[in-house]
Ligand binder design. Sequence first.
Ligand code: ZN
Length: 291
Amino acid sequence: MPVRVLCAAAAFACLLSSCAGKPPSEGGSLKSAFAAGNATGPLQTKDDAKSPVALTPAAWGRMSNPRGLAGRDLTVTSLSDIKLRDKEVVLTFDDGPVPKKTERILATLDDFHVKATFLMVGEMAKAYPKIARQVVDAGHTIGSHTFRHADLRKLAVDEAIAEINRGRDAVRAATRTDANFFRFPYLSDSGTLRHWVAQNRMVVLDVQIDSKDYFGVSPAAVATRTMADLRRHGRGIILMHDIHNRTASMLPALLTQLKAEGYKVVSLRYGGQRGPLLSAAAAQDAAFNRS
Ligand SMILES: [Zn+2]
C-alpha cells in the first residue's frame, strides 16, 4: 500500500476514534453520521476535524469506495426535460471559476467519478480561462451566470439581456463550448427573461436544494444542512458555489453521504440545436476579427 494511503488511513482511523481533537461545533462525527441506520447525523469534514494528517480528496474517495454514485446522463433541451427520479440529484456550482477552489472541487468530483454543471460568471471565466477550460476537459457541463453577477430583475429588460449575452459570450470564449445552461444570479428572474433565455438555446437551471454555502458556517454545517434538505425533497438540483473553501472542504463528506444513502448523481447534457447564435456584440467582434 502506498505510504500516502497508509498515512491517510491512519488519519481516518484517528478521526473515527475521536483522537483528532475537538468535535465540530455541530457535534457528531463522521462515524456516527455514516453508521448504518444513522443517516441523519451531522457530517464531519476533514477541515472540521483538525486532523494531524490532512486527508486528500483522493484518499477520501478511495476509503469511501466512491464508485456507484454516478447516475445516468440526462439530455435536455428545455427545463421541462429535467425530470429527476427519486434519489436522483444534479450537482451545480455557481460563480466560478476561481483558482484553487474550483480545482479542489474538480479533484473531488473526479475521485467520485461524477459530473456536475458549472454556471460560470463571465468576468470570472474571462479572468481564469485556463481553469474554465479544465472544467470542460474534465467532462463537466457548462453554463453561464451573467457577466457581472447582476440582479437582472433590477435592470431594464434590454440591459438584462445584454448582461446575459455578455456573460455567455465570455464563458463561451473561455471554455470554447456553447454554454447552453443558465442560472439567474440570486435566482432573480422574470417571465420575460426566462422566455428570452429559452428562446436563445439556453436551459434555465432552477434550484430545489440550496446548500447555502455562502453563509459563514462550518463545512460540516453546510453538508449536514444540504443532506437534511435533500431528504425532505427526495431528489433535485443542488446549488453550491465553487468560490468558497468550505464548499471544497465539505464536498467529499457530502458525496460520501449521498452514496451511503443510495443517491445517484445525474449528469446534464444539452441536446438542443447548437451553433454560433452570437449576440450582436459578439457577432460584430467575430466579423471584425475575420476582416
Ligand atoms: Zn451566483
